[in-house]
Ligand binder design. Structure first.
Ligand SMILES: C[S@@+](CC[C@H](N)C(=O)[O-])C[C@H]1O[C@@H](n2cnc3c(N)ncnc32)[C@H](O)[C@@H]1O
Length: 230
């Protein structure tokens, strides 16, 4: 088993502490090491983007053990997460090939460039999603922003799924985490029926207490056919 990166969270009350979902991603990427050794990126440096990096644990792990030759962009809407991700990365690698960018989802990333996308979203079903903190007194909201996914837990993830065809490179792939209440099988089937240029499959599943977590791979397999919105 590969070592877990040493986490450097700048502001513990404002940044998501790695949990079962984060560790499921680490275990998956450990399993995928040989897969990525074999994957051709057309002689270019693969661009790896993690949305919602939190402490930076997932990007740092992939950077250190799975795709050391990649260039990494770790995004988060939470500025404290971006600062933490940079520190975590610096504390665990000497490769200095990760930038942390504060933005909404993929808004700072060009279309058609991402080779590997990773997202552990706010997936918990909740009545609503909190607005962004505007004062120091509202900064408690960052933890809700890390977790709350709207009525089916899919409000944020759906936005990413809608942009996937446009954001991924020709043979790009995305790894997205779901809980059972997100109805991931149904989500995957819907996406697949609208995108015949993708292969969608569950790549890992785990019961974590009362929660059932799964990660799906959305792999672009060529062609550009898609729904008009994607
Ligand atoms: C469940 S946490 C995952 C953190 C980390 N990736 C991990 O696995 O430990 C979700 C993260 O998504 C971020 N986030 C929520 N909404 C976002 C948005 N619209 N754009 C970018 N990041 C967002 C949160 O700030 C939080 O850091």
């Amino acid at each position: 088993m590969l070592p877990t990166p040493d986490i450097k969270i700048t502001d513990p009350e404002k940044v998501y502490d790695p949990a079962e979902d984060s560790f499921l991603l680490l275990d998956l990427f450990e399993e995928l090491r040989d897969y990525f050794k074999r994957k051709e990126f057309g002689h270019k440096t693969p661009l790896v983007v993690e949305i919602g990096t939190g402490s930076g644990i997932v990007s740092t792990f992939i950077n250190e053990y799975v795709l050391p030759n990649g260039y990494f962009i770790a995004t988060d809407i939470n500025p404290y997460s971006c600062a933490s991700a940079l520190q975590t990365n610096k504390a665990n690698t000497t490769s200095f090939n990760l930038d942390a960018v504060r933005c909404d989802l993929l808004s700072a990333i060009q279309d058609h460039l991402i080779d590997v996308l990773v997202f552990n979203p706010p997936y918990v079903p909740t009545e609503s999603i909190p607005s962004m903190p505007t004062t120091k007194n509202e900064e408690y909201k960052w933890m809700d922003i890390a977790l709350n996914g709207g009525p089916t837990g899919m409000d944020i993830t759906n936005k990413v799924l809608d942009s996937l065809n446009r954001k991924l490179s020709v043979n790009g792939e995305a790894y997205i985490l779901f809980c059972a209440r997100n109805k991931p099988k149904q989500v995957a089937a819907n996406f697949q029926s609208n995108h015949d240029n993708f292969k969608v499959e569950q790549v890992i599943f785990r019961k974590a207490g009362w929660e059932e977590l799964s990660i799906y791979r959305f792999l672009k397999v060529g062609g550009t056919k898609s729904t008009p919105s994607a």
